[in-house]
Design a protein around this ligand. Structure first.
Ligand code: MG
Length: 269
């Protein structure tokens, strides 16, 4: 049975006093979320997204992972609506979400925003997600290059995110995986500062813990201007495991989640 063997870490960086990134790493699910919003609301949004996806995925064994993730994105939206209604100061909070779920060999990816997923296969690194950013639309149109996008003054303008005010349109795709694949899920605190060649060099080590440490250090060496989250996940074959996992970043404080009880009772089915 294919599953993930992973290592994840979230670092607040060298400039920001708080960490609005959140992540989850388990044998079947990998999640990175990058929250935005004042008055600690970014942490609430990202922790809630990581919680909702991990809770629903953990209770959905045997179901189509693409369906599970599509439903989870809907529930994240509902929880952001509820969380904003409960505490008006959270108005405008939002989060990216990049989540990879495997179940009985089937793998799906859900993606909203400018966090990223990469896959390293046969020594070749490729980006699996497409940034939902203004500058990516310019790259797609051939107006600017990928390198110019990294330095563009409006590079942080996200055009599709999970928020209360609008229903996000996630990219949900089926991902073919084979034993030996290595995935990287990360926030823009890494990719804004570290180019793909350097990322590939950091991943060129057998131990996922070592790869994560190298990636986070590379972002800090480049200034650490944003929260940085890196989650390295190797596809391995092995017996089925209990679907627990580790929570990091804002999700390390579960009190930030809007309403955990609502997710279990109404949505886990
Ligand atoms: Mg960020």
């Amino acid at each position: 049975m294919l599953r993930f063997s992973s290592s994840g870490r979230s670092h607040p960086g060298l400039v920001r006093g708080n960490n609005e990134d959140a992540g989850f790493a388990g044998p079947y699910l990998q999640v990175v979320a990058d929250g935005v919003g004042g008055a600690a609301a970014g942490e609430v949004a990202s922790a809630t997204a990581a919680y909702v996806v991990s809770a629903l995925a953990g209770a959905s064994s045997g179901r189509d992972p693409a369906d599970v993730l599509t439903h989870a994105v809907q529930v994240v939206h509902e929880q952001l609506v509820a969380g904003t209604a409960a505490v008006p100061e959270r108005a405008g909070m939002g989060t990216t979400l990049t989540a990879l779920l495997v179940d009985e060999g089937r793998c799906a990816l859900a993606h909203v925003g400018d966090s990223r997923a990469y896959v390293l296969r046969d020594g070749e690194l490729s980006q699996v997600t497409r940034d939902h950013t203004y500058v990516q639309t310019l790259v797609d149109a051939g107006v600017i290059s990928r390198e110019e996008a990294r330095r563009h003054p409006r590079k942080n303008v996200v055009i599709n995110a999970l928020e209360a005010s609008t229903l996000a349109k996630p990219d949900v795709t089926v991902v073919g995986i084979v034993e030996g694949d290595r995935f990287l899920l990360c926030s823009d605190g890494l990719t804004d500062l570290v180019d793909d060649d350097t990322i590939a060099r950091c991943l060129d080590t057998a131990d996922p813990d070592d790869a994560v440490a190298r990636l986070v250090q590379a972002a800090l060496d480049a200034g650490g201007t944003d929260n940085v989250t890196a989650l390295v996940s190797d596809v391995v074959d092995g017996p089925r495991l209990v679907p627990d996992g580790s929570m990091f970043g804002a999700f390390a404080d579960p009190t930030l989640v809007v309403d955990p009880a609502a997710v279990h009772t109404e949505s886990a089915g």
